[in-house]
Design a binder for this molecule. Structure first.
Ligand SMILES: O=P(O)(O)OC[C@H]1O[C@H](O[C@H]2O[C@H](CO)[C@@H](O)[C@H](O)[C@H]2O)[C@H](O)[C@@H](O)[C@@H]1O
Length: 386
């Protein structure tokens, strides 16, 4: 079995809006995959063209994207195309939910479809399992969420796919029974015994924290020294910007501006832009008040979902129902894979209307935990009946 893209190339930041906001023409974004093999499409990098003379992040759209990331409630309502006072935002949210119905209200429909299938759960971390907070080091799951995730992993194969480093997200979640993909899917760990004998030369053998034999899939391995170097440079160039924080995720690095005065966002953007000019094999994507620097390889959370499904023998869409829950732009790649493959459900976590490739929605982390607990309760009842 070959892991081949089933659809058009999946780009890490695929929407036309994001492309233009980055100020990068589409040919600077990751390689096209048509007709090429697994190894050459995933593991080969496509050099990004050097940014031109454009130094002003104002004119290349970075600042616009920064301002619209994780926007305040009223602003998102406006972005959805309807300008209303925030008092009316509930009405707008409710009409938005006609397009993205609540996964809680659609629960019977989901289990009806899932009752004869193997349900597989994919979870983003920040904004999905833990609420967004000012300090990334203090983004913890509530005890309630912890038990919901633990419960769900007892009954269904469950993976966390995060922009954080795999070690960091493992430390935050603390459940050994899950699959973990860090750095937006560029660092996937899965147990040897669960692995089908496919793509064997694409991953390496290692041991996890418990000493168990695991496989590691790291398509951006060659970038580790470069990311480390860029991380150190970014720390240096942003050190005088109050509130800026740089994180090293091993295969990518993030510059947070959530705690930076908005007047200095331009400076943050300019610093990152200037550093990136020297690294044509790295590119920028936007998260929630965070600029993410990552390798120009054709890999993202969507590809990670496909890879895990294939490698764990869960890719038969007649028998398997994948559910992906996430809140961020990077989760859109996974929603897109599910939508275009016509399999499973993408569920967007958002308390404000926004366009998405997801099918369903949940308002916040409380609803995520309620949804996961409902799945566990349903499965327990099913098992009792048998
Ligand atoms: O893919 P995810 O698991 O959602 O990770 C994406 C980024 O999450 C973290 O940043 C976000 O959450 C922080 C804590 O709530 C918040 O302070 C920040 O503004 C958000 O962008 C993480 O720190 C980033 O490195 C991840 O890329």
């Amino acid at each position: 079995m070959e892991l081949k893209p089933k659809n058009a190339p999946v780009l890490a930041d695929p929407s036309p809006l994001n492309k233009s906001r980055l100020g990068l023409p589409s040919n600077l974004l990751p390689c096209s995959q048509s007709g090429a093999s697994f190894q050459s499409t995933i593991l080969t990098t496509a050099p990004r063209k050097k940014p031109g003379k454009l130094d002003d992040v104002r004119s290349n759209g970075w600042l616009d994207a920064m301002q619209s990331s994780s926007p305040p409630r009223k602003k998102i309502v406006k972005d959805f195309g309807v300008e209303v006072a925030s008092d009316d935002s509930d009405i707008v949210y409710n009409s938005w939910m006609l397009k993205y119905p609540s996964a809680l209200n659609s629960f019977d429909h989901i289990i009806n479809l899932g009752k004869d299938k193997k349900i597989v759960i994919f979870l983003d971390y920040d904004g999905t399992l833990s609420p967004i907070v000012d300090d990334p080091d203090r983004a913890f799951m509530s005890p309630d969420m912890y038990s919901a995730v633990k419960g769900v992993a007892e009954y269904f194969p469950t993976a966390i796919i995060s922009g954080r480093s795999r070690d960091k997200v493992y430390e935050l979640v603390g459940l050994a029974e899950l699959y973990y993909a860090g750095s937006h899917g560029m660092d996937i760990m899965f147990p040897v015994q669960d692995t089908l004998s496919i793509h064997q030369n694409s991953y390496i053998r290692s041991t996890d924290k418990q000493g168990k034999e695991v496989n590691l899939f790291q398509p951006a391995r060659e970038f580790i020294p470069m990311i480390d170097e860029v991380f150190k440079t970014l720390v240096e160039v942003t050190k005088d910007i109050k509130g800026a924080k740089v994180e090293n995720h091993k295969f990518c690095t993030s510059v947070h501006y959530r705690n930076v005065d908005e007047k200095s966002w331009l400076t943050v953007a300019q610093c990152v832009h200037d550093v990136l000019k020297d690294y044509p094999r790295l590119r920028l994507t936007h998260g929630r008040k965070v600029l993410e620097v990552r390798p120009v390889i054709d890999w993202d959370k969507g590809r990670a979902v496909e890879f895990l499904l294939e490698t764990l023998g869960l890719s038969n869409s007649d028998d398997v129902l994948p559910i992906y829950i996430g809140d961020d732009r990077t989760d859109e790649d996974a929603f897109k894979v599910l939508r275009e493959g016509n399999r499973g459900y993408g569920i967007l976590v958002s308390s404000a209307p926004k366009e998405s490739k997801a099918f369903l929605s949940l308002r916040d982390t409380l609803e995520v935990s309620e949804f996961l607990k409902s799945l566990v309760k349903w499965k327990e009842q099913m098992e009792k009946k048998q």
